[in-house]
Design a protein around this ligand. Structure first.
Ligand SMILES: NC(=O)c1ccc[n+]([C@@H]2O[C@H](COP(=O)([O-])OP(=O)(O)OC[C@H]3O[C@@H](n4cnc5c(N)ncnc54)[C@H](O)[C@@H]3O)[C@@H](O)[C@H]2O)c1
Length: 341
């Protein structure tokens, strides 16, 4: 049977680009590279298969694994390597990996010579449906995650589903957490689709939102559905809970909070359990942590410009809600802790 490849356009005028999704999509890489490129700097990690054929003079830079390597030190080392290699603004940087690699490669590309083209070859489910699309790049500081970064759109993105064959189950679950989020943003029954269509649909949803709000002045913030509690849980668990796992729990919490605030009824809360816990088979239980810690951490969220801020479901769909009453936030945590789906 012929393998189906789908191409989704991220429509950003002169910065628009194609995302190529499918089994064997990596064979399309050369077509996405800028025609001016003579050299390619491939940024990746150990353990990731790099079946990337650039047709250019290529050097591979392997960065460390784990969020502690998503750092300014790593950016410095990469840029020293680009200097040795003689990478110019006509050349290309290629990130081959999950969200960590594409965030780092993207930020190195944004910084190198004040902006060098970057192409992402995403190798995790989370990267394909989220991190590699939309041009957010950055690194962590000791003070927090993703605090230094830039918007730098790639020239193209490859989502080769063959890469998922080697992805550990836990990383797969993390991608499913983000996928469950898309389920509530559009109501599409993603799980009824073939994998290639499922991933292409998630890419399309993100592409549409990014095209309408590249720098997160409005609608793009909806992509943070489930993320306010998720970020707090990640920090409180010292990242023992992975991002996608925390998002799954955050989606359920957002439903409880919307219910406490009278925005949705109990049936809609049950829908969240059915989708996240039932169909995506993700853990929905609130870990046993001090609620006051979580509330303090949620107050420090990057979105919290105006009091406690959440993305919440309601009669008009999912929207950003600022200045949420701390008592409701606390009550929803208690209700969720006591809930037996
Ligand atoms: N820029 C954005 O819009 C955006 C959005 C969401 C998340 N992120 C960032 O993405 C990062 C998380 O990304 P992630 O979930 O992809 O994790 P990751 O990039 O840290 O990868 C997880 C692990 O899987 C390994 N791996 C990657 N591909 C593999 C494959 N095909 N086979 C086997 N192992 C493989 C990696 O080496 C790593 O050890 C975080 O740093 C987060 O901040 C960015």
């Amino acid at each position: 049977m012929k393998k189906r490849i789908r191409t989704v356009r991220v429509d950003l005028a002169d910065r628009g680009y194609d995302v190529v999704v499918g089994h064997g999509a990596a064979s399309e890489l050369a077509a996405l590279l800028p025609s001016s490129s003579r050299r390619a700097a491939v940024v990746t990690q150990a353990g990731i298969q790099r079946n990337v054929d650039t047709g250019l003079t290529t050097e591979v830079f392997t960065i460390g694994t784990g969020e502690e390597h998503k750092s300014l030190e790593t950016i410095g080392e990469l840029c020293e390597g680009f200097a040795r290699m003689g990478i110019t603004r006509n050349d290309v940087i290629i990130g081959v990996g999950g969200g960590m690699v594409t965030d780092v490669a993207g930020f190195a590309a944004a910084s190198w010579h004040r902006g060098t083209p970057v192409v992402h070859v995403s190798t995790t489910l989370l990267g394909m449906v989220d991190a590699a699309i939309g041009g957010k790049t950055g690194v962590n500081l000791r003070a927090g995650k993703n605090l230094v970064g830039a918007f730098w759109q790639p020239s193209g993105v490859i989502c080769d589903l063959d890469a998922l064959a080697t992805l550990p189950p836990r990383e797969m679950r993390c991608g499913l957490g983000e996928m469950a989020k898309y389920h509530f943003l559009t109501g599409d029954d993603l799980l009824a689709m073939e994998l290639v269509d499922r991933i292409a649909t998630c890419v399309q949803i993100k592409a549409d939102i990014v095209a309408g709000d590249e720098r997160e002045g409005g609608r793009r913030a909806l992509l943070n559905y489930g993320h306010t509690l998720a970020h707090a849980l990640e920090i409180e668990s010292k990242f023992g809970l992975a991002h996608g796992e925390a998002v799954a729990i955050g989606l359920i919490y957002a439903a409880h909070l919307a219910h406490v605030l009278g925005r949705i009824d109990g049936r809609r809360v049950d829908d969240h359990y059915r989708v996240v816990g039932g169909r995506y088979e993700l853990d929905t239980r609130l870990p046993d942590v001090d609620p006051s810690h979580l509330i303090a951490l949620m107050g420090r969220d990057k979105k919290a410009l105006d009091g406690l801020t959440f993305v919440l479901d309601g009669a008009d769909g999912v929207e950003v809600v600022a200045n949420v009453d701390p008592e409701a936030v606390s009550e929803a945590l208690s209700v969720m802790a006591a809930h037996r789906p």
